[in-house]
Design a protein around this ligand. Sequence first.
Ligand SMILES: [Fe+2]
Ligand SMILES: [Fe+2]
Length: 447
Amino acid sequence: MVMMEKIEQYIKRLIICLQIAKIYTSSHPKFNEGLNAAFDSLTDVLRERQEFTIGIIGGELAYEREIFFELSQKIKSAITVLKKKGIERITFTKGIDKEELSKFIEYLAIPETEQPEDCQKHIVTIGIRNITVGKIKSSEDTGREAEEKIKDSEEYYVESLKTIKASIEDVLGGKAIDGVDFRFNVIGVMENLMKKHNEFLRLAAVKRYDSTTFWHLLNTSILSMYFSWKLGFSKEDFLDISTAAIFHDVGKIFISRKIIQKPGKLSEEEFDIVRSHSALGAQILLKYSQTLGMIVPLVAFEHHLGYNCKGYPKLSFKQAPHTASLIVSICDVYDALTQRRSYKREYSPALIYEIMMKLKGELFHPELLDSFFKILGVWPYGTLILLSDDSVAVVREQNTYDILNPIVEVIFPSEKKSHINLADSSNITIKSFLNPASEGKQYLPLI
Ligand SMILES: [Fe+2]
Ligand SMILES: [Fe+2]
């Protein structure tokens, strides 16, 4: 192997280990496995060099004057993580031991919000001697830096979504997907969700009315992620559940659009074709079980089976669906109902709640369904509503003791601006819901 290839292999292994560190602790055998592989590659490079530096130039990873264009594309999210930590170059020096590398990877895995101010100072204090980090060129214009920081986090979000979208498209095209980068992005989205879950829920509240399959998959995934996180699942588990949610309807994309979007009633034959999407999706996803895990095809297979097993596909034996399938099924139906229209009007959150509660114990697991509305509220965070006094408000917080009446912030008219706990105010009630894609659109800048 030539030097460039050796360094490229080392970077890949370093990123894999970093991705593992974001899920497991450093005492987990998987982390050790990743660390050993990365350390072997590093030793291999340092056999021929006293030291070497990798840098980030304009969003691309580089070694000396060579830029790793292809690799940079695959690890964009990892590059953003480094940039956000203020790291533009990393130098590795001969004499480095495995423990130092381990500490460095653990340091990189810390979410940005918890990281210390000065990276170089910090890594010295934790005993790392043979790795130095820093900027390539320090900018004097701090104002511009702050601006870039904001742009970066938006970009990070958009990039993550793009990668997820590209992965879905790859699966549909039967291509091999980059499991490392895909999971890295899901983890990135997930970490952001834990820090700023309200922002994500707001995005989901706005985008819920975009009817493309992609948004349906993404919304279902964000909901499943938030729901299972709040239920107390481990990081590893809710990563699996949200990944399964992203792919749950993959089979549908293979079914003719004519049938999926048919406005009138479907014939029994057409219905059967639609019903086949769960088995079809599972079949496609089984090919990716190595990268995505077994929960993903399982959820695709079971998400319409129902708590009472009376849904589809019809099984010759009765077997309760996996908890992940039950969670995704609630989030799936919830998102699908938000897109349903009756007399050209969308279903209000209160109506969706009513419809879903009628299916409690049949399609939905009873306790899970109760928890879902307790966590999300009947009127989810970010929902735009019209109050009985004709002011416009946005839902800001849930009342766990009264899921029908959240705490809202009046945003229009501006002189009325205030927070109201609807559970405590008997004279103000929710009049109607405002669709952020139509009549509520003008109020979005005020949220
Ligand atoms: Fe489905
Ligand atoms: Fe679905």
